[in-house]
Structure formats: structure tokens, C-alpha cells
Ligand binder design. Sequence first.
Ligand SMILES: C[S@@+](CC[C@H](N)C(=O)[O-])C[C@H]1O[C@@H](n2cnc3c(N)ncnc32)[C@H](O)[C@@H]1O
Length: 218
Amino acid sequence: MSSVKINPSDWTVYTSMDSTEKIEYYNEIASMYDTDYGTDRRRGPFATAAALGACVKDENQRKSVRILDVAAGTGIVGEELQKLGFTEIDALDPSPGMLDHARKKGVYTNFLCQFLTEKPCDIQTGSYDCVVMCSAIGSGHVPAEAFLEIQRITRPGGFVVLAANAKDLHKDYGNCRQEFCRLFDTLEAHGKWVKVTEKTFPCYNGEIDGILMTFRVC
Ligand SMILES: C[S@@+](CC[C@H](N)C(=O)[O-])C[C@H]1O[C@@H](n2cnc3c(N)ncnc32)[C@H](O)[C@@H]1O
């Protein structure tokens, strides 16, 4: 078992871990995750769910929209989606420990215990109406190229919602903006998706601002 402690403002340790160590790291912190990163401390999960709610306004339609929550962790985003009336939600995360906590919340239908990477995954093309992802880009989490897969598995007309630390994705900071935004722009230039919104919001994590992006898949 890993006993690595990570300073929340410096994720270089996580970045340098191999896959097994990354899984162990999140397995180990899973039981404390909701206390440390719950919705009273950060608005990312709320903003993610609200953005999808803005895309799917019809409350009846929300009951049948198939959603994949990428890097679902302990399911905090799923809980926020459920509050808005979304019921068909699957969770993807490589950490069984995090997914065990998500399972107990009763908001997800299927659990995909895997990394999403630059490699093609076994999820069928166009099988989800929407894909959401909160707090999982940068620092060795979901790589930019995984968005090729996220776009592929979302059906045409569906939505992709992404919430991240503004320090990672906002043009005024942009720790990893180049690699992500270049790929987002390439997907748009190739007619694969259209960016619908990009906005910042307060309290992504404590005093740190967040950035929210929504794309409509073509
Ligand atoms: C900071 S947590 C965010 C959890 C949840 N989305 C939330 O907002 O509470 C990051 C999660 O990303 C997962 N993760 C890391 N790399 C990943 C990858 N390549 N594909 C999918 N999930 C990944 C971790 O296991 C962890 O549960």
C-alpha cells in the first residue's frame, strides 16, 4: 500500500507515479475524499452538473440521457447530477477504492474501472449522450489525447462538460492549456465538436477559480 502524502498545491509526486501507484494513491485517500473535497469546499461538481442541466433543460428528457462521468472518483458529480433529475449515469475511474464509495451512493448504473488515456478504449462509438469530467486534467490525471476518445464515445448532438482548475486551463494562467486547448481547437477545426461555453467560476477549490467548458459533438 502507498503511504505517499501529496501537498494539494503540488501534484508533481502524483504526476511521476506509475499506474499502479496512482490507483493505490486514490484507493488510500478514498475514505477521506468527501470530507476533504466535498461540495461545501469546492463548486466544481455543482458547476459541472449545472452546466449539463443548462444543455438538457427538459426535466423529462433528463431521465433518459445516458451520461458517462469520467474520473468519477467517489461520485460527488453523480450526486449533483441526480439532484437535477439525471438518472442514467455510469462512472469511470481506475481506482476501485474510489468507485466503492461511489457505488454506495446509489447514483450510478454501471462502473468502469479503468484509466482513460490516449489509447483507444473499449467503449462503443457514440454510446453516451453526454460525458462529464470534473477535477481530472493536469498533474498526470486524464491526458489531453483522451479527449479524442471522449469525443468519439459521445453521440452526435450530445454534450461534453469539463470543469477544471483555472490555473490549468485558463488563458491567463494555463499550466497545461497549450496541450489541451490545441487539441480542443483541432477537434473543432475538423468539425468533430463545437465549443458552446467557456466561463470561469469562483470556489473551484477554496479560493481557487475554476473554468468550465461545454462542447456539442457533431
Ligand atoms: C481529484 S479526483 C476527482 C473525482 C471527482 N470527479 C470529483 O470531482 O470529486 C480525480 C480522479 O481521477 C481519477 N483518474 C486519474 N487518472 C485518470 C484517468 N487517466 N482516467 C480516468 N480517471 C482518472 C482518479 O482515480 C481520481 O478518482
